[in-house]
Design a binder for this molecule. Structure first.
Ligand SMILES: NC(=O)c1ccc[n+]([C@@H]2O[C@H](COP(=O)([O-])OP(=O)(O)OC[C@H]3O[C@@H](n4cnc5c(N)ncnc54)[C@H](O)[C@@H]3O)[C@@H](O)[C@H]2O)c1
Length: 312
């Protein structure tokens, strides 16, 4: 019998790169569940066995979908906030993101779903770190509502796993960039490229010396697929490149690709930690770490923004 993978939040940015790749695995059917009916990448519809529209916080709807498809793995990608939502996101972090995760865990328990993969956040759960790169066993000291929500979600996931014995894989991504990104609220590289394409200045918060770890979304999707293929079902893994760039360095690479553009400086945001690079040693024991260079990934994203916006 085919494996049945339920991707919750599968119509989003990561889902657009992940769903078609998962669906291409032999012996696999993918069902997408999302609040919105439409994905940026039409390949999501072409490759998914079914797309269900619904709200993760709706217990009856969640039960209905899980009862109908009896998934063998659930990928939990859904999230209604971004780190920059700041204190305005507190209510949604608790009432939608955290509560939705509990609804899902209850359904996993009731229907005996064997495994769940949760997309946490390597960029926010660690908070301000003493040194980089930061490994998975570093203390979790989030300084944003979003980071607190992701850390709490991990802890509930681990509590349910301990009590009910299913497999749980926690992935902590750094910052994705690449094709099929539409958010105006997060993602320095994509937002900057869109502004440049529109002839607008690029906004930089602070002095541009904040250090981040960027991972091309296609590489991230490949890694998640390879973990499914090789049967890695438990543990906590940073999902990152392991390399840090300042915002100013990223802008220099972008300038190389796009040509000149204007920069507008705004005050630094309190939710931004100064330096975050993730240690990928543990990841490298189970998967190939991301290999697309920042320049190549930015060039591919620029081509997508400027031109074809082709499906893949
Ligand atoms: N994009 C990044 O750089 C990044 C970095 C770290 C972690 N993450 C995490 O990875 C996951 C995927 O990120 P993304 O960039 O694809 O996010 P995204 O916002 O593009 O996609 C999330 C999807 O979840 C859906 N959703 C939101 N609330 C829902 C609800 N109540 N019920 C059902 N569906 C709902 C949205 O409609 C959307 O399609 C998220 O959990 C995010 O927090 C992303």
């Amino acid at each position: 019998m085919n494996k049945r993978l339920l991707v919750i939040g599968g119509n989003g940015f990561l889902g657009c790169s992940l769903v078609p790749r998962l669906a291409a695995l032999p012996g696999v059917d993918v069902v997408v569940f999302d609040l919105v009916p439409k994905a940026q990448n039409a390949a999501v519809y072409r490759s998914a066995a079914a797309v269900e529209v619904g709200d993760l916080t709706d217990t009856a709807r969640m039960d209905q979908v899980i009862e109908r498809y009896r998934p063998t793995t659930i990928y939990h990608l859904a999230c209604a906030t971004v780190p920059a939502s700041g204190m305005e996101g507190v209510h949604t972090d608790v009432s939608v993101n955290l509560a939705g995760t509990i609804v899902l865990l209850e359904a996993v328990r009731r229907y005996g779903v064997p495994e769940i993969v949760f997309l946490s956040s390597g960029g926010t759960v660690y908070g301000v770190v003493d040194r980089v790169p930061v490994a998975e066993d570093a203390p979790l000291r989030p300084i944003s509502s979003y980071g607190i929500m992701k850390a709490c979600s991990e802890w509930y996931l681990q509590l349910y796993q301990r009590l009910y014995g299913f497999h749980a894989l926690i992935l902590r991504p750094s910052n994705f960039y690449g094709e099929f990104h539409t958010s105006r609220r997060q993602g320095l590289i994509n937002v900057a490229l869109r502004e440049i394409a529109a002839g607008h200045p690029v906004t930089v918060f602070g002095d541009g010396r904040v250090v981040r770890d960027y991972v091309y979304v296609g590489d991230a999707a490949e890694i998640i697929v390879s973990l499914q293929r090789t049967g890695v079902r438990d543990g906590v893994f940073n999902l990152a490149s392991g390399v840090g760039y300042t915002v100013n360095e990223v802008l220099a690479i972008i300038r190389d690709v796009t040509g000149p553009f204007e920069v507008q400086h705004l005050p630094a945001r309190p939710c931004d930690v100064p330096r975050l690079v993730l240690d990928v040693t543990r990841l490298s024991t189970v998967a190939r770490v991301p290999s697309t260079s920042l320049r190549d990934g930015i060039a591919a994203t620029w081509r997508w923004i400027r031109g074809g916006r082709e499906d893949r």
